[in-house]
Design a protein around this ligand. Structure first.
Ligand code: FES
Length: 289
């Protein structure tokens, strides 16, 4: 008769103590550095009241050497500030009272993407380990023993599905920004033309990355495919099944979509910031005026 294994298995005690011989600490350390840089950058930019879009003040496009420019509503807008909310700016149609003009445009809207990522199942695993040592790592001792799960304040994580709805709404908004960025207007002659600048491509890449991240969301996968026992109809796959497969394809790489899409959105903002500061020129690759 075999002897049963006694649980829990003996484990070394003390922060970071473990019998593991691999470089288990590299992943959480790299994640802490990556997320830390992104959070600091987004916070710094989130307080800015300017330098978030490229428009006609930066000059008209000419060949491949000048800033891609738009007017009459067109622009290359940083995704961190989209949709753009400017209090009291009537010509922009803002419903926000002028009394809130002390807030930067990003402050009105960043709660939605920040909430979406902050409650994401993948990011939760990443920052619980990287910042909270909860756990420090698999089979690695952590500073405290108790584990209460996602209770108390962490019940806010249950809002993820609602942040998902907001994230879905962002996709057409950011796609519209791409559309605006390829429209060129000449104010004097009212001439209109299409063109593609590096900024347009950066915005488009951001929409693609954010779509991959959103459609692979676990809550989205449940939304389109959950609660259904019927995958076929007249021996043909149902629409829900197709959508579930579609979401599953992205979901299998959810970590990668999560990390790359975060990088691209910050890069897009940094690129536009660099253009508005005059450090870079948003080169027109095709068309323009
Ligand atoms: S689980 Fe990651 S975005 Fe929903």
């Amino acid at each position: 008769m075999s002897q049963g294994v006694k649980l829990p298995l003996p484990m070394k005690k003390g922060l970071g103590a473990t019998d593991r011989v691999d470089d288990w600490w590299k992943g959480p350390t790299a994640m802490a550095a990556y997320l830390g840089i992104m959070i600091v950058y987004a916070t710094w930019r989130g307080f800015m009241e300017a330098d978030f879009w490229i428009f006609e003040d930066f000059g008209r496009s000419a060949g491949t050497q000048t800033m891609a420019i738009e007017s009459e509503g067109s622009h290359v807008l940083s995704p961190l500030f989209s949709p753009l909310v400017l209090p009291g700016e009537n010509e922009l149609g803002s419903m926000v009272p002028l009394a809130l003009a002390w807030m930067s445009p990003a402050m009105f809207i960043l709660i939605f993407p920040a909430g979406f990522r902050g409650t994401c199942y993948y990011y939760r695993k990443a920052y619980y380990r990287a910042f909270m040592q909860q756990p420090t790592g698999c089979a690695v001792s952590k500073p405290w023993n108790e584990y209460s799960g996602e209770t108390g304040l962490l019940l806010v994580q249950n809002l993820h599905r609602y942040f998902l709805y907001a994230a879905i709404a962002y996709l057409p908004i950011l796609s519209y920004d791409v559309w605006l960025s390829v429209n060129f207007h000449d104010v004097a002659s009212h001439a209109h033309s299409y063109g593609v600048s590096v900024g347009s491509l950066v915005l488009a890449a951001n929409v693609i990355a954010l779509s991959g991240y959103t459609f692979g969301c676990h809550a989205f996968r449940h939304l389109v495919g959950g609660g259904s026992d019927l995958w076929t109809e007249n021996s043909r796959p149902t629409l829900r099944y197709r959508m579930w497969r579609f979401s599953t394809w992205f979901n299998e790489y959810h970590k990668e979509w999560a990390l790359y899409s975060l990088f691209i959105v910050m890069f897009a903002d940094l690129y536009i910031y660099a253009c508005t500061m005059g450090w870079l020129t948003d080169i027109v690759l095709w068309g323009g005026l």
